[in-house]
Ligand binder design. Structure first.
Ligand code: ADP
Ligand code: MG
Length: 729
């Protein structure tokens, strides 16, 4: 085994940056060339078909069969011209990543001739018989039909030689089996609710869409080293490994100069992303060694999320061309920073106004404040739901564990907004305000400084932060499908805005003036959601105490957090809005519970295997060497000399023996625990049991392995060490 490690290290000596060929020096020359976007549609579709698709894209309406045939035929012509031979419905089942099943265009034509065929029917809907995807009991295998249906709002694209059509994935009975279906419903719900409120300020507003700008963090590891680490290959994280003497303590990687090999990878990734119409813009080194970030310009949320799913796939493929492996896991290496995926979120009207950005006049600012306070309240009332969408087995290594942000959901507003809100709550009265009072209030609101945009405090410790024209949901993990947190956030916001509007309307009904009614409801909303606002250090222990006093929840256990999906607050957001049915929600929780169990189960098996078959034999081999050495010393030295010299070596032999025994005993115990847990019926109970009975062994066993790593001869150690994984070039 140690051979593999040294072979890998040897390969590193000969690594050369791979040259990248630019299609053109201008990205705009090839931007979107692999996307069936409006430009290509205009070229390849009939006028009627083009119009129908545009309406469907903008309004979310469906397309009739005849038109679909026309679209399919144009799409096929375009795709074949770009080298496509196959097509697939591309969807997002409840696993990590996307799914696809490729079919060739090739088919029998009339008179047994072969033709290239693609119909509107195949474009619009398919039955992939994807019976093995998680479904939480919604589909029995004897009724395994699942359908994929075209999501017209996200354009088709080409990957390699396959035309990919973004689709939703639903059961025969119409229940969602994916992340996209509820997401689209949630976006529609928040659209409707937000339009209602935005119309208080501008009657022209007919649609509000959601923006998402994601920031994807990741690690890059050399492929040879990766392949010498079965734990990385199978679980995505290092289940063992003593920390390197130097890692991130000097902060010399963050924003540092990007190594050439990595730059070449990034350039190729950017070119491919741009060809796929993904507006990636920012690249930089992150805090941990070999950790990086990629971010696009924000876009409409459903599209942006498809882009993120696609980018994660592109990253893996392109990394391999550069002899790298991408690690998207939230915490591949204990002791150094993990990877998140900030979700920059805002709402925007069809009149071009970003509702979470300060306005240009008092009215615009009042609208801005209205949306900000409602967003804060939505987060306050849905802290548990929001956490449930992001606290996974892998992200639990970040949230509330070895790395912030904490598992307490709070909102950072910055001091200016905080002062403004406090001031408003104080000055708005329930009594009828005099015209002077009102003018003064509006003037105050009008003064919300424009400089806010450049001047937002950058509180890196907050899980949910206002950053000038948007909120950033920072606690999201690097592997998470953004649809999951954004479905919850949109649902929460939809309910909150609907209630806000109902309350304002009720006051107006009673004869209160519109602006005064809005003021009063703003005040009430500010006061009721005060506990969630926190501008201090989210990583501190004081905050845990303070948050508990405020009644905020602090949940670090994944099963416990997932259980919150089924509490009244979450149901109100997801079910009352029609985004999910009771059955869909229950099924989803079951799927997530099972996913948690399986991840821990796999990690536990891999660790058990490595511990017993790699580490223990290595430790024994070294121990044997030491024993032989001590025996040899006895032959050479006098008894007196021997006692003095061999003492420390004998101690070392004892220490190694103790670690070996502990590892063996604990692996056996862990296996027994797994057996017991596996016998438990019910995914929820099983997940709780795995969390309590199995999970801790991962740390317990690792402790002894990492101690051995420090003692055992480097020549014998089988797995690449952290210093090698993290500091290769
Ligand atoms: P950082 O938070 O690291 O300073 P950037 O300023 O580069 O990052 O922005 C991060 C992301 O936020 C980018 O994708 C950017 O396009 C996006 N973003 C900027 N403004 C908005 C907005 N109003 N709504 C949603 N996303 C936004
Ligand atoms: Mg950011």
């Amino acid at each position: 085994m140690a051979q593999l490690r040294f072979q890998a290290l040897g390969e590193l000596m000969n690594r050369q940056p791979k040259e990248v060929v630019f299609p053109s020096t201008k990205a705009t020359d090839y931007y979107g060339e692999l996307v069936f976007n409006k430009d290509s549609m205009a070229k390849y579709l009939s006028g009627d078909a083009y119009k129908a698709v545009k309406v469907a894209m903008d309004k979310g309406e469906s397309i009739d069969r005849k038109i679909a045939d026309n679209v399919a035929s144009g799409m096929k012509a375009w795709a074949m011209e770009h080298g496509a031979t196959h097509y697939t419905h591309w969807f997002q089942p409840l696993t990590d990543g996307t799914a696809e099943k490729h079919d060739g265009f090739i088919d029998y034509g009339d008179n047994d001739t072969m033709i290239e065929a693609f119909s509107g029917k195949l474009l619009a809907q398919q039955e992939p018989d994807a019976s093995s995807f998680p479904n939480g009991g919604i589909r029995q295998t004897f009724e395994a039909r699942g359908y994929t249906a075209w999501d017209v709002s996200s354009p088709a694209f080409i990957m390699g030689t396959t035309l990919c059509i973004p689709t939703v994935f639903i059961s025969y009975t119409g229940e969602a089996l994916d992340y996209k279906t509820p997401f689209l419903k949630a976006l529609a719900a928040v659209d409707k609710a937000a339009v209602g409120v935005a119309q208080y300020f501008d009657k022209e507003v007919k649609k509000v869409h959601t923006n998402l700008g994601w920031e994807q963090e990741y690690f890059l590891i050399d492929q040879a080293l990766y392949q010498a680490r079965p734990d990385l290959m199978i679980t995505g994280r290092a289940l063992m490994g003593h920390s390197s003497s130097k890692d991130q303590q000097l902060d010399d990687h963050y924003f540092g100069s990007i190594p050439e090999r990595v730059t070449k990878f990034m350039i190729e990734l950017e070119i491919e992303s741009h060809k796929h119409g993904i507006p990636v813009k920012t690249r930089h080194n992150e805090v941990a060694p070999n950790q990086f970030e990629l971010a696009p310009i924000y876009a409409e949320a459903n599209l942006a999320n498809d882009h993120n799913q696609l980018v994660m796939d592109l990253m893996k493929r392109i990394a391999r061309r550069h002899q790298f492996e991408v690690l998207l896991h939230e915490k591949p290496f204990a002791g150094i920073n993990g990877s998140g995926k900030h979700n920059n979120w805002s709402l925007q009207t069809d009149t071009g106004v970003v509702l979470l950005a300060p306005g240009k006049n008092p009215k615009g600012n009042l609208q801005f404040l209205t949306f900000v306070v409602n967003a804060i309240a939505a987060v306050y009332k849905n802290q548990d739901l929001l956490r449930a969408t992001i606290l996974t087995a892998s992200n639990s290594h970040r949230l509330g564990a070895n790395e912030a942000p904490p598992a307490i959901i709070s909102v950072f507003t910055g001091s200016q907004i905080a002062d403004t809100l406090d001031n408003l709550a104080e000055r708005i009265t329930d009594q009828k305000m005099s015209p002077d009072e009102k003018t003064a209030l509006k003037l105050g609101i009008g003064r919300i400084p424009e400089i806010l945009l450049d001047n937002t405090d950058r509180n890196r410790t907050s899980p949910f932060a206002f950053t000038g024209n948007r909120f950033e949901f920072r606690a999201v993990g690097s592997t998470t499908n953004c649809a999951s947190p954004l479905t919850a956030l949109s649902a929460a916001m939809a309910v909150q805005l609907t209630e806000f509007k109902a309350d304002v309307d009720a006051l107006i009904e009673k004869g209160v003036k519109k602006d005064e009614a809005i003021f009063q409801m703003i005040k009430k909303t500010i006061l009721e959601s005060n506990p969630i606002r926190f501008n201090g250090d989210g990583y501190s222990d004081d905050w845990k105490v303070e948050a508990a006093k405020r009644g905020l929840t602090n949940i670090t256990s994944v099963p416990e957090s997932l259980s919150k999906y089924l509490e009244p607050a979450a149901k109100k957001s997801l079910i009352s809005t029609g985004i999910m049915s009771e059955r869909e929600l229950e099924a989803r929780v079951e799927v997530e519970m099972e996913k948690f169990t399986k991840k821990i189960q796999i990690e536990s098996r891999v660790l058990g295997d490595l511990a017993i078959n790699h580490i223990v034999p290595t430790a024994v081999a070294y121990q044997t060497q030491l024993i032989q050495n001590v025996q040899g010393m006895r032959d050479i030295f006098s008894e007196e000399e021997f006692d003095a010299l061999a003492g420390p070596r004998k101690e070392l032999i004892k220490t190694i023996s103790a670690h070996i025994s502990s590892i063996k005993a604990k692996v056996a115990e862990m296996t027994e625990s797994r057996k017991k847990c596996n016998a438990i019926e019910g995914e929820t109970e099983k997940a709780y049991a795995y969390d309590k009975e199995v999970r801790h062994f991962l740390d317990d066993i690792r402790y002894h392995i990492d101690k051995l790593e420090l003692i055992v001869d480097n020549e014998l150690w089988p797995l690449p060490k952290f210093r090698e994984l993290l500091f290769h070039r």
